[in-house]
Design a protein around this ligand. Structure first.
Ligand code: DQA
Length: 146
């Protein structure tokens, strides 16, 4: 089973970016930690909304079983991303390192939440491991294993 971890704008700057909010691990550290537990991870990171959407389109046909996505600030306003998640129709877990509901008002809303299966916020880097576990569960459920 291939699980895609897709990261959007500014997540490449983890480690340097607001460590009090996001922690000190880089995205490479986070993906490496997930890979120590799960051997079937594909990862993708981009600063671009279009590239993120194009990668999701590819996930529909390249054997990806589920998607874990941290869309960064696109979360809060990208209807194009929302449409892409909806149309690929794969089990999808939204993850945020920080507890977005406890931050600035503009971060409280997610335009993608309505089209994902699970949302994990505020667990820091560990949220990615939780998200992959949830993604596995969703795939099993969709294929009638539970
Ligand atoms: C984030 C929260 C977003 O509001 C922010 O724009 C990010 C990171 C998180 O992981 O907590 O880039 O998605």
């Amino acid at each position: 089973m291939r699980i895609l971890i897709a990261n959007g704008p500014n997540l490449s700057q983890l480690g340097h970016r607001a460590p009090d909010v996001y922690g000190t691990a880089t995205m490479a550290d986070i993906v490496a930690a997930v890979r120590r537990v799960h051997d079937d991870i594909d990862d993708f990171i981009t600063e671009s909304e279009g590239e993120l959407i194009t990668r999701l389109h590819r996930a529909r046909t390249d054997g990806t079983a589920a998607v874990v996505i941290n869309a960064g600030a696109l979360t809060h306003y990208s209807y194009a991303l929302r449409d892409a998640i909806e149309l690929i129709d794969l089990p999808t877990v939204e993850v945020h390192l920080s507890q977005i509901a406890a931050r600035e008002t503009f971060r409280h809303g997610s335009v993608i939440s309505a089209v994902v299966d699970v949302t994990i916020t505020g667990a820091g880097a560990y949220g990615y491991e939780l998200a992959v576990l949830a993604a596995r569960h969703l795939v099993a459920a969709r294929h009638g294993a539970r």
